[in-house]
Design a protein around this ligand. Structure first.
Ligand code: ADP
Length: 164
């Protein structure tokens, strides 16, 4: 039984994240989506809001797969060990992701040699997509349709309406 952890901010979930989740469920028996709370960035959505969104989108999409969605803080490798995960999954979009991801993967290997980091590439049309851009576009009233699930589009509109 292979368990993979897919960690990230997911602030908010995008179709790029979903593309990676789809690839994960094809490869691993159990997938844990781990939502970070100790990111240095101030999130737009609270950890609980992000978790609720991920759950609402993923549950109907992958009814027969074992997917867990959890909020976590602290050291990723400690969390991975607690979840009995053998694999950490990260998405790589462009070379700009590579340097940071390589540094993280090698540091995590030093901390926990038995855990392997696996990098996955999304479909090309998601390779320029990020949560940061989605927030920027949506915050200025632009359409993010096709870039995020419909529910996320709705939640973004609500969030920016209550903020203005
Ligand atoms: P983090 O703050 O950890 O980078 P993100 O939510 O931005 O959190 O991303 C979580 C993971 O998903 C990272 O591995 C990131 O590279 C990956 N990711 C984000 N957007 C995409 C995308 N469009 N395609 C593929 N992977 C992505």
């Amino acid at each position: 039984m292979t368990t993979a952890i897919y960690p990230g901010s997911f602030d908010p979930l995008t179709n790029g994240h979903l593309d990676i989740v789809e690839r994960c469920v094809r490869l691993f028996d159990r997938v844990v989506i781990a939502i970070l709370t100790n990111s240095q960035k101030t999130p737009l959505f609270s950890a609980d809001e992000r978790k609720a969104i991920v759950r609402e989108v993923l549950t109907p999409q992958f009814p027969r797969v074992e997917i867990e969605i959890e909020v976590f803080h602290g050291l990723l490798v400690d969390y991975a060990q607690r979840k009995n995960a053998q694999v950490i999954v990260r998405g790589i979009r462009a070379v700009t992701d590579y340097e940071y991801e390589l540094q993280m993967a090698l540091m995590n290997r030093r901390l926990a040699p038995a855990i392997e980091t696996v990098f996955m590439m999304p479909a090309e049309h998601y390779s320029y997509l990020s949560s940061r851009l989605v927030k920027e576009i949506s915050g200025h009233g632009g359409s993010v349709s096709g870039l995020v699930p419909d529910l996320v589009e709705k939640r973004l509109k609500q969030k920016f309406e209550t903020q203005s």
